[in-house]
Each structure stands twice: as C-alpha cells, then as structure tokens.
Ligand binder design. Structure first.
Ligand code: NAD
Ligand code: GLY
Length: 381
C-alpha cells in the first residue's frame, strides 16, 4: 500500500499542498487535477531524469486525461543560464500557451529553479507544479517559491518569488539518485534540525544513516519534517525579510566555497552547505556563543553519515585561500550596509542572524581554518 501525507503551505490565496509519498508520479494527473486550470501540462525536465522517470509521469498524466508536451534540457548547473532560459521560454511559447497552461518541473533544483522562473515571467505568470526528484529539491528548492537563474556575476541573481500550485515529492525517484547527490541533499535535511529543531536533529543522529542508506520510511519522515519546517518559515516570511534568512545557515560560507570551485560538479551545493554549517558552528564556539561540544557533536554526525567535515575533504582536497573566501562572502546577497550577514548558533536548534562579526575576526577565522587544512594534508598518514 502506498504511504502518502500532505502538508499545506499557508500563504492565503497562494497556499498550496506539498504531497510526500510513494507512487506519486504515476498518479500525477489525478493529484494535479484539482489545482490546474487546463487539462494540459508542459513538462520540463533534464536528460538524465527524462530517461529514468519521465515515462512514469506521462503515464500518470495520461491516466487522468491531462494532455502533455515535454521539453528536455541538459542536466547540470550550467543549464540555469540566460541562454537556456531564453530557449526554454521561446520553446514554451512556440507550443501555444494561455495563462491557464501549467508548467511541470520534473527534476532537481536546476529544473525547478529555471522552470519556476519561466512560469513567473511567461505571460506575466503561469501556474507551475514542482515534481522534485533529488533529495535536495524535495526538502528545499521545490518549496517556498524562490526561482532563479545564474549570471556571470553569480548564482541565482536573476529571479522572482513565484509559488508553485502544488509540490509532489515522490519517494520512489530517490532510489535512482547517486549516493553523492543523496548526501548533498541530506545536508539540507540536517540544516532544519540544526537551525530550529533539536528534537529532529536528535532523531537524525539515530536515523540519518538509514536515510542516506536508502531506507524509504526514514527518507519519507526526513522529507516530511523538512518540508513542514520550511513551510512554517516561508508562511511567516515569504520574502526573506527576517526569519527565512535562517534557512541560509551555512550558505554564506558555502557560497564562497562554491564560487571558488566554479559552481559545478567539483563541489555540490549541499556539500558546500554541510561544510558551511560546520564552519558556522566552529565560529560560534570560538566567539563563545555556544559550547565547544556542539561543533564536536555535529562533526560526529557528519562522520556517521559520510558528510564532509573539513575543507580538505571537499573539491578533491583543493587548497582554499582565506582572502578569496572573504572576498566572495563580501559579495553575498545578504550583505547589508557593508556588513556580512552570518547565521550563527547558540546550540543545536538555536540559530540566529548576526551582523556583528567584523571582517578582521572573520578573516582570522578563515586563515586558521585554511591553514589547519594545509597542516593536516602535510601530516604523514
Ligand atoms: P540538480 O538539479 O542539478 O540535480 C543533480 C543531478 O541529479 C543532475 O545531474 C540531475 O540530472 C540528477 N538527477 C535528478 N534527479 C535524479 C534522480 N531521481 N535519479 C538520478 N539522477 C537524478 O541539483 P540539485 O542538487 O537538485 O539542485 C541544485 C540547484 O538547486 C542549484 O541550482 C541551487 O541553486 C538550487 N537551489 C534552489 C533553492 C530554492 O529555494 N529555489 C534552494 C536550494 C538550492
Ligand atoms: N533555500 C533557502 C530558501 O528557500 O529560503
């Protein structure tokens, strides 16, 4: 029997359901029918996901007599650029759409972000359904309405807040996800425990190894709790004026690491976030904001599930320069009046927004971190 649960993201007239469960792709037409305005959908996916899961989704649309057309994009972050966005919107227009024609994003965060942005802009706003196929997109990018593409100035710099009308997080698709991608998504799961839910984090310490080993019940529970946490935060602060900034825990450090490695396969977003959260805990402990036991506890969990806990473990052990990282951090979207915004922590589940750390302190911290990595690399094994 299929196991299925629904959550509601409460945003007044823009509220929507997040359905988490098994067998959702094959029922997609029936699940979408109550919220779509035409019995027609334009599915956007990538080549990898198309081979694995498009057939099941299309069969699910056929079963409910939802007509469909499909556009297949290349996989990978490079697809989230102006060139692909231009072609995507042009291809969608060529199909002859109306305001009531929904788009369906079948894929990871790349497909979700670019399709969501196309939906936000085409005919000044189409409906779209998120069908996330990576753990990262199920627990984070498909929920909350952030859509964007990258520019040569940085990641996600052109975009819009545009909420989907439905999210279908099907557990079955996770079975084909490569382990590295699953782990990267798991970093975003851990994030919810670390920022606001010590009980969930304690559960992850016990169940996390099963989540990353592919236990479907543990995965469903992890996705449900993560989506519930995200829905709660987005309902309070859709436009990231305050509370939603907490969801960027680990991201200021993480984005700097990603920028240094070129936003690609060398370092996945989730890997960067994992390390960024670890750095945020170490800095918090160093500033006396939390006990030194807290970062140790986080490191132990990372080791138990296989997440990277030190700079030397990411991007094939490449060397990072503190000054480069600091420069990237200074360009972060969250810089206010020249102050770098950091999410720091008073303990597990107690993250807060800080603009109090001066650049000299941050630089000294990053210099120590990058040099510690060098010393460890030089140590005979
Ligand atoms: P992704 O979309 O690039 O997917 C990762 C890889 O997995 C791709 O090669 C894809 O083809 C493949 N894949 C997807 N589903 C699969 C499946 N079920 N089986 C096998 N392979 C599969 O990456 P991602 O990690 O899902 O998302 C990263 C993107 O999300 C970044 O662009 C990031 O900026 C964005 N993001 C957005 C938000 C938001 O709130 N909008 C939040 C976090 C991240
Ligand atoms: N990924 C952070 C957010 O959606 O706000």
């Amino acid at each position: 029997m299929s196991k299925r649960e629904s959550l509601r993201l409460d945003l007044g007239p823009r509220s929507y359901d997040i359905v988490v469960g098994d067998g959702l792709l094959g029922e997609a037409g029936a699940l979408m029918a109550p919220v779509i305005r035409q019995k027609r959908a334009i599915v956007v996916t990538d080549e990898t996901v198309a081979k694995l899961h498009l057939g099941t989704l299309l069969a699910g649309l056929d079963k409910a007599d939802v007509a469909h057309e499909t556009i297949v994009l290349p996989p990978g972050e490079a697809t989230k650029d102006f060139a692909h966005f231009g072609k995507l919107t042009d291809d969608i227009l060529a199909l002859g759409i109306e305001r009531g024609t929904p788009l369906v994003a079948l894929g990871g965060g790349v497909i979700g972000d670019i399709t969501g942005f196309a939906a936000a802009t085409l005919l000044r706003g189409l409906d779209y359904v998120q069908v996330p196929t990576t753990l990262l997109s199920q627990v984070d990018s498909s929920v909350g309405g952030k859509t964007a593409i990258d520019t040569r100035h940085g990641k996600n710099l052109v975009g819009a807040f545009h909420q989907p009308v439905l999210v279908l997080a099907d557990m079955d698709v996770l079975a084909t996800l490569p382990r590295r991608e699953l782990l990267a998504g798991y970093a975003e799961v851990v994030k919810y425990g670390l920022i606001r839910d010590a009980k969930f984090y304690a559960w992850l310490e016990e169940a996390g190894p099963r989540v990353v080993a592919g236990d479907v019940d543990a995965q469903r529970q992890a996705v449900l709790t993560s989506c519930a946490a995200k829905a709660e935060v987005v309902a309070i602060d859709e436009r990231e004026i305050a509370e939603r900034q907490l969801l960027n825990f680990g991201h200021t450090f993480g984005h700097a690491l990603e920028a240094e490695t070129g936003f690609g396969d060398a370092l996945l977003h989730g890997e960067a976030v994992a390390l960024g959260m670890r750095l945020a805990f170490d800095l918090s402990a160093q500033l006396g904001l939390c006990s030194p036991d807290v970062p140790l506890r986080v490191r132990r969990h990372y080791e138990a599930v296989g997440l990277p806990a030190s700079l030397g473990q990411i991007a094939n052990g490449r060397r990072f320069e503190a000054s480069h990282l600091l420069r990237h951090m200074g360009r972060d979207k969250k810089v206010r009046d020249g102050h770098i915004t950091l999410i720091l922590s008073r303990g597990i589940g107690e993250a807060f927004i800080s603009r109090d750390v001066d650049r000299a302190t941050l630089e000294a911290f990053l210099v120590a971190e990058t040099q510690a990595t060098l010393r460890n690399a030089a140590r005979p094994t």
